[in-house]
Design a protein around this ligand. Sequence first.
Ligand SMILES: [Ca+2]
Ligand SMILES: [Ca+2]
Length: 191
Amino acid sequence: MSDCKTNSSKEQDIRELPLTWMRKIITALFILDKDNDGIMGHEDLMQMADNIIKAGNLSGKAADELYEIYRDYCDSGTSKEIVASYSLTNQLLKLWKYKDSPETIDKWTTMYSRIFKVLCSDSGIVTFDNYMIFWNGMNLDKRFAKMQFDYLDTNSDGLLSQDDFVKGILDYGTNTDENTLNRFYGPLINY
Ligand SMILES: [Ca+2]
Ligand SMILES: [Ca+2]
């Protein structure tokens, strides 16, 4: 009665992942993969810190904080594991596996709260101009910046609160709704 099943599906097949969620994540990974080796790695994220600093002409404490934010993200736990992936598929599957874990949510919340504070110079409010520091730092298409800003601005007062910004990235990373309009990292790549 022995039924020898092959053990081929140890890792989940990416074709089983929700398409829009996968497109969102591939879009983000593509934007963040600055050296084009197919993976969002430690060096890429440090480059991102650098790009935001340049986009915002930041210096001193704000610049140091940005390097530290991205360094902290790479340094420990689930996010360290995600950054240390060996292929895009591997990175995608890790993000799928960890996206709802309290540790990941906590990491993303902390990371983007800190980025928000840099963008608003601790004023508590991000204007569209402040927001463009992030958008330009990511080198995203300027034509889509206002659309995403308005999407994040839940009370439509033309300003973003920390909550708006952080909820935006958490929704982007975890929401599997096929019709989501969240474009945190710009227009979705076709996949
Ligand atoms: Ca890379
Ligand atoms: Ca608002």
